[in-house]
Design a protein around this ligand. Structure first.
Ligand SMILES: [Fe+2]
Length: 696
């Protein structure tokens, strides 16, 4: 039977194709791959967003002989790697206007079934063979294991943690999806940070050349000396470089991914179409377009989810925009200036996915609709990357976040910042929102209406408070805020979300996140400043794949600050640590400044004695020199989370990938509506994170 009769192309447009299998009878795929071809697939192929009857498949093809125009590919999907039990053999177009990428949303597939797929070029040159699977039927109870990854910087480390993940799973065959919380790539060329032994990092490609993303096709040179991506060609260039990494490409070939983005897919700390150094609507559109072309996911055709609404949609180019610098904010801090709206609405990625009876996953976008950063750059004013010198008083952050509603609608004219009186530039601002009105309502409705046992949120930044003990300073508190770009800068909306979950008695919500380049486990409270706060949901944050681990990046800010430097990094030799730099930051976060300082000096007895129990009491695990990923397994009874810490990714570890330094496991039993989650420390396999466990 002619396979084309069994299939129906619903639409072929702009490199996005929906294909439906209309019969389940199998056939042997006709077109056979040819080894010698004019076509290549330098980024391999990928799958994403599995649902019971569908999967999204992707590739990028290059014509090595001709200046390519649209390229017609044949997609083959089969139940076996020999393609003798074919389910689809279908022409799809990889259009030039989409950089010869193609994403195919294949529907009509069997639930919870493994499929093999490949693309054939016009001369039958074949892509690698990809492996993927669909999700179970909504009514089936099937446990789910997800790996969670984040923050991969091409020029500061190899992506070899993926190799560890792939190898570990060869036997276990456990991982169903890889969730990526964002910072899939970094917009800049190079950050020169030495490794944990203070050696210069120099990474090379297999041919010995430098592992670099330079030169950009266009690029913008910043005063700091970095070059960053600016044009569509720049962002496409980055995706091609990153995905051609063999470890990442292999992970994409073998597992379906679910992606959200964070800031570095465009620029550090961006929000809506605003970068710290100006408004760049066209650049937001460029970043959105390249993301859409290279990162497969179901958008137009995403499942409507428990809110019975799907706002996600494909990229649609809004045409040339003006980079209008004067914003017009509404009450939700949305810049309603038309160019801004066109830029941020050119693509929408927040969506839900379901895994059988057990899991509704909510993938959110914490960048495109958020208000200006928690503490504005006008106050921080430290170049293109605004950062406070010292942790900030939470009350000050609250005043900034509250804008014109501060002090019951009487915001102060001036505020004290680092001992100086400065104008309150937020005096007339709306309350800062992280999610934006529409997404927030969607998330609330989705959580409320979900019938799944578990409701994980794939979150690009941690919800959790990271309080820093600066009580040793005159007037200093034990919970200062450094990171106002994550939820710590948006405490009002954090309270709103947690109180909603509490008051609606929604149980078994979990936050899965990354962003901070360290492993953390803890609770989100309804109100961190309340006298008796309640734990509402647990949060599991994974370390980076290759971006500098937390103590390395934090050290770039604190190393010249004599009050704080040794609270982040200590002398490893003084305590016989495995690296020259030891993570005193673990102790600063979990037990306070005095413990961290004693550890830095090598006095571990004193460090123990000085432990305080009121420093971030919600945080149970902090592993600030970790790299790696986490694996979360959801069953009817519980979710257990293995935090995998791998060797520093600055050496080549070969086919096996970096060794596992440790595995730290936490679990939480499903809790009933109205009660609170309880995290259980299940133990450590390997070396313990030094002063990084509360319940050790
Ligand atoms: Fe990052």
């Amino acid at each position: 039977m002619n396979p084309s009769r069994r299939q129906l192309i619903k639409s072929i447009a702009s490199g996005y194709v929906v294909v439906s299998v209309s019969s389940l009878s199998l056939f042997s795929c006709k077109q056979k791959p040819k080894v010698k071809s004019d076509f290549s697939y330098p980024q391999g192929l990928a799958s994403a967003d599995p649902q019971p009857d569908s999967i999204v498949l992707w590739t990028h093809v290059e014509d090595t002989k001709r200046d390519s125009s649209d390229i017609a590919l044949t997609l083959q999907i089969a139940l076996d790697e020999q393609f003798s039990q074919g389910v689809i053999e279908q022409k799809v177009i990889a259009p030039k206007e989409r950089d010869n990428t193609v994403r195919v949303h294949v529907k009509g597939l069997q639930a919870h079934t493994t499929y093999y797929y490949r693309f054939l070029a016009p001369d039958n040159g074949s892509s690698p063979i990809g492996r993927t699977w669909t999700a179970p039927r909504h009514e089936d109870e099937v446990e789910l294991s997800v790996a969670v990854a984040s923050c991969q910087h091409y020029t500061t480390g190899y992506f070899s943690a993926y190799r560890r993940l792939i190898n570990d799973d060869k036997q276990a065959k456990k991982i169903d999806m890889i969730l990526h919380t964002g910072d899939f790539l970094y917009e800049m060329d190079f950050v020169a940070i030495p490794d944990l032994n203070r050696n210069k990092v120099s990474l090379t490609n297999p041919d010995g050349s430098e592992r670099t993303v330079m030169p950009f096709p266009d690029g913008e040179k910043l005063k700091k000396g970095w070059t960053i991506a600016k044009t569509l060609a720049d962002f496409r260039h980055l995706y091609k470089k990153y995905i051609a990494d063999p470890d990442l490409m292999e992970a994409r070939r073998l597992y379906p991914f679910v992606y959200v983005w964070d800031d570095h897919e465009l620029f550090n700390d961006y929000w809506q179409g605003h970068l710290p150094h100006g408004v760049y609507q066209n650049r937001k559109v460029n970043a959105n377009q390249a993301w859409f072309e290279y990162m497969p996911c179901a958008l137009n055709d995403a499942w409507v989810g428990p809110a019975n609404k799907n706002y996600a949609h494909d990229f649609k180019h809004p045409g040339k925009l003006e980079d209008v610098q004067e914003p017009q904010f509404d009450d939700d801090y949305l810049n309603t200036e038309p160019n801004n709206l066109k830029a941020i609405y050119s693509l929408a990625i927040f969506r839900s996915l379901r895994w059988g009876k057990l899991v509704d996953l909510f993938a959110i976008d914490g960048r495109s609709y958020r208000g200006d950063r928690g503490v504005p750059k006008e106050i921080l004013s430290v170049g293109v990357v605004p950062y406070p010198t010292d942790p900030l008083d939470p009350e000050f952050v609250e005043t900034m976040n509250a804008g014109r509603t501060a002090n019951n609608g009487n915001p102060p004219d001036t505020v004290i910042y680092e001992g100086k009186v400065v104008d309150n530039v937020r005096k007339n601002s709306p309350i800062g929102s992280m999610l934006g009105r529409k997404q927030k309502n969607w998330l609330k409705e989705s959580l409320k209406n979900s019938s799944a046992r578990w409701k994980p949120i794939l979150n690009n930044t941690p919800f959790m408070r990271f309080g820093f003990d600066v009580s040793f300073k005159p007037g200093g508190k034990s919970g200062g805020i450094f990171w106002s770009d994550s939820w710590d800068g948006y405490p009002i909306e954090r309270r709103e979300m947690m109180k909603f979950i509490r008051d609606e008695k929604i149980s078994n919500v979990v936050s899965l996140t990354g962003d901070r380049h360290a492993h953390y486990a803890g609770y989100i409270y309804d109100d961190y400043d309340a006298e008796n706060p309640s734990s509402i949901i647990p949060e599991f944050a994974c370390a980076s794949i290759s971006a500098p681990c937390r103590i390395l990046s934090q050290n770039t800010v604190t190393q010249k600050n004599p009050d704080l430097a040794d609270l982040v990094v200590g002398d490893g030799k003084a305590i016989n640590y495995e690296n020259d730099m030891s993570p005193t930051l673990n102790a600063w976060m979990l037990f306070g400044a005095q413990t961290a300082r004693a550890m830095a000096k090598g006095d571990m007895n004193k460090a123990e004695k000085e432990k305080r129990d009121d420093i971030n009491p919600h945080m149970l695990y902090a592993d600030n020199d970790a790299y790696g990923f986490l694996v979360a397994t959801f069953t009817q009874e519980k979710v257990s989370v293995d935090f995998i810490a791998t060797q520093e990714p600055v050496k080549k570890y070969g086919d096996k990938g970096p060794a596992q330094r440790r595995k730290v496991t936490y679990s939480t039993k499903a809790w009933t509506p109205g009660s609170q989650p309880q995290l259980t420390f299940e133990g450590v396999d390997g070396s313990k994170p030094i002063l990084g466990l509360r319940d050790d």
